[in-house]
Design a protein around this ligand. Structure first.
Ligand code: HEC
Length: 346
């Protein structure tokens, strides 16, 4: 009796293992669920299915009649009941991603500072940045702490051309600035057996506004990042820029060097607390300006990122900080801002 039961149990686990293996093939190649739900069912365009808590009935309903047109319909004559069960066993057997498995750098920027990360190959990332004009203290509760005020907007695109190469172009309302260049991964994390990564943003900016003397700059930013355990990532970013003084005439210093420090603390697989500080260390520094900082909370869900932040600057790129262009005129000088990022896969 006991032997018979053990054999039965053994056969059952074996059958489940076979189902999972078959489910793997169906999920990956036959029906290409993986193209949207991730190779390890970890989520992508579609939600995470690894370790799903949905019932077989709920999965069936979605597969036969998807809740939106973003997911194709799989009728029974194409994807049989037996296929469905095998896929279900497979996705249930997969572990949802843990903090340890998530990338060290969740985005190509921390808040303003570039990180060593690049967009995934074939992904086009669209970034929006807003920095509100009124300080939190000036606006108070009546002005929704500045959310009612005008915002200085910026947007930019970055494209994952290759795992190591990502061109970018962006536009910021401050001085109608175009920013363009290419991000190159110099050292990928783990390449030397250590969680160290280095990239370089090599590019330029061109400003367009009346009465500006210097309207184009070369910029170089070199994010150097390290992962310190599951939850903490730290980075140092040297920034070099030519022509930092956009108002300066002849004789004004022709370069600036700054250094940025950044850190990210992961609260969970979706939330992180991020902070950064940028200070001028050489060359031109505008008199009466201060070092810049940002602190924010980031939510990262699949291909979406949203950061709500506090900052003492209305600029969104570090090359402006190199010359110390943070204004000090605003009372309290702490304003709200946000970044919104979405990646589109091609
Ligand atoms: C073209 C992209 C795409 C493909 C291919 C795709 N899905 Fe989806 N799937 C989605 C999206 C997007 C959603 C989110 C809900 C919606 O929009 O209908 C989703 C939702 C789901 C859900 C509901 C998850 C939840 O948490 O509510 C299940 C289950 C699911 N898909 C299973 C599958 C299976 C199984 C396959 C392959 C047979 C598959 N999907 C193929 C895009 C896709």
């Amino acid at each position: 009796m006991l032997v018979a039961l053990a054999t039965l149990a053994g056969a059952a686990t074996e059958a489940a293992a076979q189902d999972a293996a078959r489910g793997f093939d169906l999920f990956q190649t036959t029906f290409e669920c993986a193209s949207c739900h991730g190779a390890a069912a970890e989520g992508g365009l579609g939600p995470t299915l690894a370790g799903t808590r949905l019932s077989l009935d709920e999965v069936r309903r979605q597969v036969r009649a998807p809740s939106s047109r973003r997911m194709p319909k799989f009728p029974q004559d194409e994807l049989s009941e037996e296929h469905l069960e095998a896929i279900y066993v497979y996705v249930q057997s997969m572990q949802p991603p843990t903090l340890a498995e998530k990338a060290t750098w969740w985005n190509i920027e921390l808040l303003n500072l570039p990180t060593p990360a690049l967009p995934a190959r074939g992904d086009l990332e669209l970034h929006f940045g807003h920095r509100f004009s009124e300080s939190v203290a000036d606006a108070g509760f009546g002005g929704l702490y500045g959310l009612d005020s005008f915002a200085s907007p910026a947007f930019w695109f970055s494209y994952g051309l290759h795992p190591r190469i990502a061109p970018y172009v962006g536009r910021s309302a401050n001085f109608a600035t175009w920013e363009y260049g290419v991000k190159i991964a110099l050292l990928l994390e783990g390449q030397l057996g250590v969680p160290l990564s280095v990239a370089a943003n090599i590019g330029g900016t061109s400003l367009d506004a009346d009465r500006l003397a210097n309207t184009s700059r070369f910029t170089l930013e070199v994010p150097i990042g390290i992962r310190a355990g599951n939850r903490v990532a730290l980075q140092v970013v040297p920034v070099f820029t030519t022509n930092p003084d956009q108002f300066g005439g002849p004789g004004s210093p022709n370069s600036s060097t700054a250094i940025g420090f950044g850190g990210s603390f992961k609260l969970s697989t979706k939330f992180s607390l991020d902070g950064e500080y940028i200070t001028n260390v050489g060359g031109f520094a505008r008199a009466g300006t201060v070092d810049q900082w940002q602190a924010g909370l980031t939510i990262h869900v699949r291909k979406h990122w949203f950061s709500l932040l506090l900052t003492n600057s209305d600029f969104t790129t570090p090359d402006f900080m190199a010359g110390g262009t943070v204004p000090t005129g605003i009372k309290g000088n702490v304003r709200l801002g946000f970044n919104l990022v979405r990646a589109f896969s091609f």
